[in-house]
Write a protein that binds this ligand. Structure first.
Ligand code: IPE
Ligand code: IPE
Ligand code: MG
Length: 249
């Protein structure tokens, strides 16, 4: 077996160290990638979807347990109708075409975000993808769709308030654990690392609660140019960080 000293490439080095259990990615920069090539924005989104395929495969291969991808934010509805239509079309295409392969790779597909604004056909695809892959015990791939972290936190607060009002919960029982149990996917551990591509350094309403102790890695690469090597580099960077959780080293 390869040991760290013998690893020659970044990919090998990332392979040696155990991978982070949960990687979350803000896949940004599709529009700029297309603009640089004088292509329509949708071409960037299309290329971005291919990168998703590659990253999922690589995360499965190296033994990542959870990969959360920010695919469409609750604020992305503000974009021109045409672009929203293109993004939803690509999403449908991805779900229709990838599900069998994901299933073969033992990937469990899950979703987080508000379902109500997504079309009935997308909702059907989501439900069937979740059901089909429910018992897979490989990588859990979480797609954040129509996701907004503030809305998620409000939803949890509202549900807790309802339980208190109905006498099912006492206000004193509300702590970090109970609160987190009311978020979208309470069984999934918080991300160890959040990667954002394209040089922007913000969360854009992604996993505000869950990011409490995540490591942040911001890379200049535009999402359509991100590849296995970029992922390995990010994992290497993650391994250099010392996670202290407020305690002394
Ligand atoms: C990310 O790329 C994809 C989504 C937000 C859906 P962008 O479309 O935001 O690309 P830029 O940031 O304009 O380059
Ligand atoms: C964040 O990217 C959302 C996704 C990657 C899906 P945006 O491009 O929407 O974020 P802002 O608007 O630059 O903050
Ligand atoms: Mg963007």
């Amino acid at each position: 077996m390869l040991v760290a000293e013998e690893a020659e490439t970044i990919a090998e080095l990332a392979d040696v160290a155990s991978p982070p259990a949960h990687i979350a990615i803000i896949m940004d920069g599709n529009g700029r990638w297309a603009k640089k090539r004088l292509l329509p924005r949708v071409a960037g989104h299309r290329k971005g979807a291919e990168v998703v395929r590659k990253c999922v495969r690589e995360c499965s291969r190296i033994g990542v347990k959870y990969l959360t991808l920010y695919a469409f934010s609750s604020e992305n509805w503000k974009r021109p109708e045409e672009e929203v239509k293109d993004l939803m079309g690509l999403l449908k295409h991805y779900l229709n075409n990838e599900i069998d392969q994901l299933h073969e790779q033992n990937v469990r597909l899950r979703f987080m975000g508000g379902r109500e604004r997504l079309s009935p056909s997308i909702n059907e695809l989501i439900t069937s993808a979740e059901q089909k892959t429910l018992n897979n015990n490989g990588l859990q791939l979480v797609l954040a769709l129509n996701y907004g972290s503030q809305a998620e936190i409000v939803m949890a607060a509202r549900e807790l308030a309802r339980e208190v009002a109905e006498g099912r919960l006492s206000p004193d029982e509300i702590d970090e654990k109970t609160f987190a149990e009311h978020l979208y996917l309470p069984d999934i551990p918080d991300p160890d690392v959040i990667i954002r591509t394209s040089g922007e350094q913000r969360l854009s309403n992604f996993l505000l609660w869950q990011a409490a102790y995540s490591e942040f890695i911001f890379v200049e690469t535009l999402w359509p140019d991100f590849d296995e090597n970029s992922l390995s580099q990010a994992i290497c960077e993650y391994h250099k960080r010392e996670r202290r959780y407020g305690a002394r080293p």
